[in-house]
Design a protein around this ligand. Sequence first.
Ligand code: PMP
Length: 358
Amino acid sequence: MKNVHNFSAGPAALPRQALEKAQSSLLNYEESQVSIMEMSHRSKTYENVHFQAISRLKSLMKLDEDTHILFFQGGANLQFSMVPMNFLNNQSSYVLTGVWSEKAANEAKRFGTIDVQTHAKENGYSTIPSPDDLSYDDRNSYLHITSNNTIYGTQWKKFPYSKLPLVCDMSSDILSRDIDYNAFDLIYAGAQKNLGPAGVTIVAVKDSFLKNAHSDVAPMLSYQTFSKSQSMYNTPPVFSIYMLNLVLEWIESEGGVSSIEARNEKKASLLYDAIDRSEGFYRGHAEKEARSTMNVTFNLQHDDLEKLFLQEAEEAGLIGLPGHRLVGGIRASIYNAVPLESCEVLAAFMDSFKRKHT
Ligand code: PMP
């Protein structure tokens, strides 16, 4: 089998350890003679997986006791609707730093007035605002940000300090760094980048904020319903949660979030250094201070050269590198499970491609 390095933006590379464990127990989970996919979600065996995933998330994120971990389906896109449906009273504030935050704000407009704070759209969303430059109008029910902009490759380094409840879409960088997760009132993240396969979305919501949720929301769209039922109001996506639990176990075995963060920084530096030493052959999209450690985005001088780069990269076993269809260029997504070695191979490929085509 060819040695492939997977830079897919999501669904993305999973830890080999988690995949092998799933493979070995696929037909016979813990001597039950059936797969984890084939048993009742009310069984003790499945419940153990479910609650272990919750407790691992709580401990890896170092969450306060009164924070609830909930599992939803419908991806981060459903959260774009659920957040305003449950929490928007008259007005809420959205900081726009890319396509996903635009989508979140557009969805919220159905439910009330949106105080939009757009940042650097004219520069192709290449920077992130300083928390000092934001407005914190207390008429807003909450302030919404996107911690990592998957498409543009920018990432918040310092978060807004606000008396307003802080809501964050962390789909593309949750558990990639050791930040204070308790600074947020509600965090949501689709699993398919850093946490597991597609099919489950993680929500961490503080009890004090959950109390503000509207009670007249349809049960399948209500955080309160899911909190009361411990995310078992209906059949949860059992296999996705099982895989999530294996990925969390892998994070623990790697030394926890701070070890993962140190490796993520090394990985990102390998690629940004290749951009910076290329004398303009590669042009990083993000301004240096806003560079994402998860999605490294860059362009070459013209489209044809980018096509050639992608073609030669694929021939060399480097896959998943085309930029998002809206912006083009190159995007290397280097989430938690992408090994350091893959970044070393890509950085060496970038150097040699440059030598060959200069
Ligand atoms: N938010 C961010 C930051 C994302 O990167 C994505 C997916 N790429 C989404 C939201 C949408 O996620 P989903 O497909 O799970 O709805």
